[in-house]
Design a protein around this ligand. Structure first.
Ligand code: MF3
Ligand code: CO
Length: 287
């Protein structure tokens, strides 16, 4: 690219004063055999601003659920809260009709790993743990995060699983650094889960996000330090490991084609942060 032409990122600055050194760094890494992101995975300053606003709404939706969630409530009621809050604030729930998904949010209880479908028939009971996974489209920009909720009095093993899952995400976050590797996150998550006697779900993982619901790269939590894609400033993706009490084996519900269960019936927990790699570190956009 011409050094004096406006940079491809849309900053309005000259290329030589903007992403030229960045491109050269990526090129060198590529020649060393590293996996490097294409420009399509680097968000421009304007996109980042728009996606931040979508992410703020996404957090607002999760906060609305947090205020209302309680024993005796059906997961359909959670879906209603998500749909109403999101649309009243000008957004669209991203899961609704996404590849045929029938509802506005995923609600995954106890041994459900992910992609639980809200239903009038699923009533939250005292002692349940539930993941509520909220994804929002605002002004065409996508955001995504999930939290674990404990319903009433939860057994100690479930509490410990949630605590360790949260620690796994925080370890992953700490390992996420500009010019580091995606595998640094995977190893940090996996090491902590294993040290606590848990397993990490393979094949299902995080993803790039922002302009689409699911973009590259795929984010695995069983990868090794120094491997996978280079983390360049401007990349956005989710850290959302699924941690199982027992084995990491899973089965997908044959009737609805969505809901993923632990094979052994053990508990599973998931917490999802959506992050942006910046020049100096990492910014959590919604959690
Ligand atoms: N929110 C999920 C994720 O973190 C995506 C679920 S797809 C859906 O990637 F259709 F089930 F919503
Ligand atoms: Co996600």
């Amino acid at each position: 690219m011409e050094p004096n032409k406006p940079c491809w990122c849309g900053s309005g600055k000259k290329y030589k004063k903007c992403h030229k050194a960045f491109d050269e760094k990526l090129h060198t890494l590529m020649l060393q055999g590293k996996i490097v992101p294409g420009h399509e995975l680097i968000k421009t300053p304007e996109q980042i601003e728009k996606i931040r606003i979508s992410a703020q709404l996404n957090t607002g939706v999760l906060d609305a659920v947090a205020r209302e969630i309680r024993a005796g409530m059906s997961t359909q009621e959670i879906d209603d809260i998500v749909y109403t809050y999101t649309t009243e604030h000008g957004g669209i729930p991203a899961p609704l009709n996404y590849e045929g998904f029938p509802k506005s949010v995923c609600t995954s209880i106890n041994d459900q790993i992910c992609h639980g479908i809200p239903s009038e028939d699923d009533i939250l009971e005292d002692g349940d743990i539930v993941n509520v996974d909220v994804s929002t489209i605002l002004d065409g920009y996508f955001s995504d995060a999930s939290r674990m909720f404990m319903i009433g009095d939860v057994p100690d093993n479930a509490k410990r699983l949630i605590k360790v899952t949260e620690e796994c995400v925080l370890k992953g976050l700490e390992a996420a650094k500009p010019w580091g590797y995606l595998g640094d996150i995977g190893e940090a998550v996996n090491t902590h889960a294993m040290a606590n006697g848990y397993s990490v779900v393979r094949d299902i993982g995080g993803h790039g996000i922002g302009l689409e619901f699911h973009e590259d790269p795929f984010v695995s939590y069983v990868t090794k330090k120094g491997t996978e894609m280079v983390l360049a400033p401007g990349m956005m993706f989710t850290i959302e490991p699924m941690i199982n009490e027992g084995s990491c084996e899973y089965v997908v519900d044959e009737d609805n084609g969505w809901t993923v269960y632990t094979y052994d019936g053990g508990l599973s927990a998931q917490i999802e942060y959506m992050v942006l790699i910046t020049d100096t570190g990492v910014e959590v956009l919604t959690k």
